[in-house]
Ligand binder design. Structure first.
Ligand code: HEC
Length: 117
């Protein structure tokens, strides 16, 4: 059974937290309809403190296949947009969901320019 508080978080997410990703990420190609030049200063002032200026301070991969923001954003832009909007489970990470969606999409576009390895 889920505690009442968790049920409320979940229903808030379902009623207010979902976005139409097909409008901002091409379903076939993964191309992101964002402006990397606008996303860069947002990333550098909000994400870089944990992830590093080039997105490589945190690595969730291994020695053979590193997992940086740049790696993830190119492999799975949908997942990364979800995390930019909602954070990452179990860790202290911010969420941009209070701001206009285009800001998160622009950050996503910028992260696709960061090193993948
Ligand atoms: C307060 C620190 C902090 C900030 C600020 C932060 N993150 Fe994170 N983020 C983390 C941590 C910790 C993880 C988990 C890394 C791991 O699994 O090793 C994470 C995970 C992620 C992941 C997913 C990794 C995976 O497993 O797929 C992405 C993508 C990501 N962050 C992007 C961002 C972006 C973009 C921003 C800025 C909007 C941001 N983060 C801001 C701490 C932060």
């Amino acid at each position: 059974m889920m505690p009442q508080e968790q049920v409320e978080y979940l229903s808030t997410f379902l009623s207010k937290g979902l976005v139409d990703m097909n409008a901002v990420i091409d379903f076939e190609t993964g191309e992101v309809k964002g402006d990397a030049a606008n996303g860069a200063p947002i990333f550098q002032t909000t994400c870089a403190s944990c992830h590093g200026f080039d997105g490589r301070a945190l690595d969730w991969g291994d020695a053979d296949e590193p997992g940086y923001i740049g790696t993830e954003a190119n492999a799975n832009p949908w997942e990364v947009l979800h995390k930019i909007l909602n954070g990452h489970p179990g860790v202290e990470m911010i969420s941009l969901s209070a701001f206009p969606l285009q800001n998160a999409v622009d950050v996503l576009a910028y992260t696709r320019t960061l090193p993948e390895e």
